[in-house]
Design a protein around this ligand. Structure first.
Ligand SMILES: C[S@@+](CC[C@H](N)C(=O)[O-])C[C@H]1O[C@@H](n2cnc3c(N)ncnc32)[C@H](O)[C@@H]1O
Length: 313
């Protein structure tokens, strides 16, 4: 399923009992519009973002890594931008969703890269032991039922001394406030946009809102974990990783970013225009810079994102 097709009520019903089916349905459905929804691009803005997140947790030693695997690669945001940043050389992308693997291949082609892409479960990677110098992932392990098993698999396919870097995972506290901010923004926005004088121009058509509700229902099934930073580190160590380090990012930026993203989803597509997009991006970047300063004084567990790295002994 590669074209955008909303999941049917029956599929959603089955997906409640089968989390991996839910992942495939939800992410296949999202694949065609994912880059637009999350403002993903392959220009300097996202190259810098990906490189900065990598450096924050793992530093610059070992660049460029010769062969790299991304698990749960989605449309290729992390690995393709890291390649452009000169962090890694050969890219292999994997994802449970065929639609996402196809989207990542298309993005790579547009950038003029040849990459290998496979549909694969991060709990059972279809690669030999000791194949890669680097394994990366972004916003993926909170979807995986057995996170320790996924770390074991990453370590298995790494060469001795190889590194894994996983970024963009929700902390437990961060997820708590992000969800609440999102729900409040959705309720407030849809209430206002359904008022008579605004309804025609500002409320999204009923079918689109129904589609969003079905997606939201699946989202509740696909988002499995949140991570207190210390527990995340302990899980990687139990899987056999050495030199484990966890960092966190985004505090005020997430207090701004989640309501903004929710607001954008609640009004008709394309309604807000470039001035809004620039305002949102610039404000988010300023707050992210503030958050980097706050990282020194605010407890890690309060930030929204956790990032982890470690080595194969
Ligand atoms: C939130 S998206 C992140 C995509 C991309 N890494 C990014 O940051 O834009 C999560 C991705 O993980 C994939 N995924 C979920 N469960 C998985 C699993 N068990 N193995 C591999 N990929 C999985 C989904 O299909 C989806 O593409």
């Amino acid at each position: 399923m590669t074209d955008r097709q909303p999941a049917t009520a029956e599929q959603v019903e089955r997906a409640w009992r089968d989390t991996k089916l839910a992942q495939v349905l939800y992410h296949d459905w999202e694949a065609g519009t994912y880059d637009e929804k999350w403002s993903i691009s392959f220009d300097q803005r996202c190259i810098d973002y990906a490189r900065d997140r990598f450096v924050a947790v793992a530093g610059t030693d070992g660049w460029p890594y010769g062969t790299a695997l991304e698990v749960g690669a989605g449309t290729g945001f992390f690995a393709l931008n890291l390649k452009q940043a000169g962090v890694l050389d050969q890219v292999h992308v994997t994802d449970l969703s065929p639609g996402m693997v196809e989207a990542a291949r298309r993005n790579a082609e547009r950038l003029g890269f040849t990459i290998e892409g496979r549909v694969a479960d991060a709990e059972r990677l279809p690669y030999d032991d000791a194949t890669f110098d680097l394994v990366v992932g972004h916003a993926v392990i909170h979807h995986i039922p057995d996170v320790e098993l996924a770390f074991r698999e990453m370590l298995r396919v790494l060469r001795p001394g190889g590194r894994f870097v996983i970024a963009g995972e929700p902390t437990r506290v961060g997820n708590w406030y992000a969800r609440r901010l999102g729900r409040l923004t959705w309720a407030a926005t849809t209430r206002v946009t359904h008022l008579e004088p605004l309804r025609d121009k500002w409320s999204r058509p009923r079918e689109e809102l129904d589609e969003s509700s079905r997606a939201a229902a699946l989202e509740a099934v696909v988002d499995i974990h949140t991570f207190p930073p210390r527990e995340l580190a302990a899980t990687a160590r139990r899987a056999g990783a050495s030199d484990v380090r966890v960092t966190t990012a985004e505090l005020t930026a997430s207090w701004f970013g989640w309501p903004v993203r929710t607001f954008e989803c609640a009004v008709p597509r394309g309604k807000l225009g470039m001035r809004w997009a620039n305002f949102a991006l610039k404000t988010w970047m300023r707050l992210s810079a503030l958050d980097r300063a706050l990282e020194r004084v605010v407890p890690k567990g309060l930030f929204y994102n956790a990032e982890i790295t470690g080595l194969k002994p």
